[in-house]
Structure formats: structure tokens, C-alpha cells
Design a protein around this ligand. Structure first.
Ligand code: MG
Length: 167
């Protein structure tokens, strides 16, 4: 069993929300999901990946996604958020850490996301360089309540455990 000392582990939490609008592709955890609407944003607006990036940055107290990828920078227009995730993992303050496990929850009234969950977990695991058994993606509706329930937005929460790599 790996022994983990107190300064060798960090926990992080992230949240993101994007507006659902016609005329945009719906991309969640790198999966292109057929739907009449998509998420509005400067990048591909992949809310769960943005939440995961914020969880990783938060665990290491390295700010937030907006500081690293400003939404007025044309370089990130329609950017693939999985690519942004990989960029974050290669930052000098992050590369000495690995994600132990990640747990995400996506709140969407529709479409039904269950068929895409295994592919989402695989996409994230591949980007993080860990096994897909260490990546959880859960999907919930908002029971008709609030902007998610009215189909106006999709939200995502993420939690990660970061483990310092052996030197
Ligand atoms: Mg976002």
C-alpha cells in the first residue's frame, strides 16, 4: 500500500455552469452529444471539464481556470477543453502531482446522459493519465427546478484528490 504523508495529498472542489442555447454543439467530458442545443462559451464550454480544472487548481491553490485561460483570448475560442486540462496538468506547479481520483456530477435536465458516461470516464482518465476506475462521472436532473430544470443551463461539480509524485 502506498503511504501518504500529510503534505503529500491535497483535495480540490470545482463548479461550473454554462447556458444552453440553440446553434452550439453539446460537448460534455469530451463527448459530442447529439442534442438540439449546446453550451454557450468562449471555448467548447465543456462545463464538467472546467469544473475538474478548477478542482485541480483549487487543490494546489493555483487560482482558477479564468486566470489561466482568459475568455477574451482568441487562442481559446472554441478550444477543446480536454486540451486545456492537459495544459493545466503540465504546469510547473501541477506536474509534480497526479490525480488520485476524480468524482464529477453533471446536472442536466436533458438529454439523458447515461449512455455517454463510460466514454466520458474514459476521456477524462486518458487526459489525466489514470485508470478509468479512478474517474467517476454521475449525471442528475434538477427535477424541473431552477435554470437547469428549465433546460436553460447545465451545471457540473468536481472533486479531486491530488497525490504528490515520488521524487
Ligand atoms: Mg466554463
Amino acid at each position: 500500500m502506498t503511504s501518504i504523508s500529510g503534505d503529500g495529498i491535497r483535495i480540490g472542489a470545482g463548479f461550473d455552469s454554462h447556458r444552453l442555447v440553440p446553434g452550439r454543439k453539446l460537448v460534455l467530458c469530451g463527448c459530442r452529444i447529439p442534442f438540439e442545443k449546446g453550451l454557450l462559451g468562449h471555448s467548447d464550454a465543456d462545463a464538467p471539464v472546467h469544473a475538474l480544472i478548477d478542482a485541480i487548481l483549487g487543490a494546489l491553490a493555483l487560482g482558477d481556470i479564468g486566470q489561466h485561460f482568459p475568455d477574451n483570448d482568441p487562442a481559446y475560442q472554441d478550444a477543446d477543453s480536454l486540451r486545456l486540462l492537459k495544459q493545466i496538468l503540465s504546469l510547473s506547479g501541477v506536474k509534480n502531482w497526479k490525480v488520485g481520483n476524480a468524482d464529477l456530477t453533471i446536472f442536466a435536465e436533458s438529454p439523458k446522459l447515461a449512455p455517454y458516461i463510460p466514454a466520458m470516464q474514459q476521456n477524462l482518465a486518458q487526459a489525466l493519465g489514470i485508470g478509468s476506475d479512478a474517474v467517476s462521472v454521475k449525471a442528475k436532473t434538477a427535477e424541473g427546478l431552477g435554470p437547469v430544470g428549465k433546460g436553460e443551463s447545465i451545471e457540473a461539480h468536481a472533486a479531486v484528490l491530488m497525490i504528490r509524485r515520488a521524487r
